[in-house]
Design a protein around this ligand. Structure first.
Ligand code: UDP
Length: 323
């Protein structure tokens, strides 16, 4: 099979490219390097089944050609990271909505399958834990920049499902829950690479808010295995799936764990949300996936626990690779 990965030089996209190549598939990546990096795909360049194009999914004529040449599209190109989203809302909304419109339109012309990566952020402030794919989405008001990300991704999901219902374009939608692992950068605010870097450098570990908010972290390897299995499953078409891990930890406890695992002398410092992001910033206190649907569909069971994940991230960062 030939796969096209939009955003393939990003953190998840590059792991996905590597896994597909290891399964003897051919992979083409399109990435504008806005948040991705050539360094992520450097080691793939010598593989004859690997191609990459540095351009944007906004370039529709090019995108259309690349879609022509593949059988399935993994659409990962998007604005990512809460910090980036709060700081650059126009870019977030435009990239996420127009990019997806272009991908779906091109895929529909050539009848190519699309795996659309959405996010657990769409559940917003929902309180019915764990989050089920058919549950309600509860977003905050439009003057709070953070919600533009969830809203733009929800529109992407609506559009993909509309293509499926109206035009029978095969689409699969996944909602990724706090995916972490080696190669993720802390530059756009993600907590695990940020804490690991702070701990290794002996800088204060910055816990936002009161630190009682909890998250479930998924190893990128588990996420990639699930993405590929869903792409290969005819039954998954036209459906939405959570991809996540059930092990929950508070951000305060995460800071302590990172400090312990790196044997760091860093202080743990609380930073108010309005200083970390913007005035009136809203965080969600819990975000736990219901993974029974994906388990039924492809037998998904995450293999990597939090300590595993942190070991991998710490090992990667210790080897002098900038994060
Ligand atoms: N966070 C933190 N310190 C940081 C970065 C993030 O305490 O330096 C918190 C953030 O406010 C959130 C959680 O860690 O409650 C996870 O943040 P991330 O941006 O990784 O993902 P999110 O779950 O917000 O999409």
């Amino acid at each position: 099979m030939t796969y096209l990965i939009t955003g393939g030089a990003g953190f998840i996209g590059s792991h996905l490219a590597e896994a597909l190549l290891a399964k003897n598939h051919s992979v083409t990546v399109i990435d504008d390097l806005s948040t991705g990096s050539i360094r992520n795909i450097q080691h793939l360049k010598e593989n004859k089944r690997f191609k990459y194009v540095i351009d944007s999914v906004m370039n529709k004529s090019l995108l259309s050609e690349l879609v022509d040449d593949c059988q399935t599209v993994f659409h990962l190109a998007a604005a990512v990271g809460v910090k980036l989203i709060v700081e650059s809302p126009v870019r977030t909304i435009e990239t996420n909505i127009r990019g997806t419109e272009n991908v779906l339109e091109c895929a529909n012309k050539k009848r190519r399958k699309v795996i659309l990566t959405s996010t657990s952020e769409v559940y917003g402030k929902g309180v019915q834990i764990p989050f089920r794919e058919d549950g309600d989405l509860l977003l905050g008001s439009t003057d709070k920049g953070r919600w533009s990300y969830a809203c733009s991704k929800a529109i992407d999901e609506f559009l993909a499902l509309a293509y499926w219902k109206e035009k029978k374009l095969p689409v699969v939608i996944v909602r990724l829950f706090n995916t972490v692992g080696p190669k993720q950068t802390g530059q756009y605010g993600m907590v695990v690479p940020t804490f690991v870097k702070q701990a290794l450098l002996g800088h204060p570990i910055t816990v936002y808010g009161n630190g009682k908010q909890r998250r479930c972290f998924t190893h990128v390897k588990d996420a990639v295995t699930a993405l590929i299995a869903l792409a290969e499953s005819p039954k998954a078409v036209g459906q939405v799936f959570n991809i996540g891990n059930l092990e929950e930890i508070s951000i305060e406890a995460l800071a302590r764990l990172v400090k312990e695992m790196t044997a760091s002398k860093s202080a743990i410092q609380k930073v108010p949300y309005d200083k970390a992001y913007e005035a009136g910033f809203e965080d969600m206190s819990r975000r736990v996936p219901d993974i029974s649907k994906i388990r039924r569909a492809i037998g998904y069971r995450p293999k990597h626990g939090l300590r595993d994940i942190l070991n991998d991230v710490i090992g990667y960062s210790r080897n002098g690779v900038p994060i």
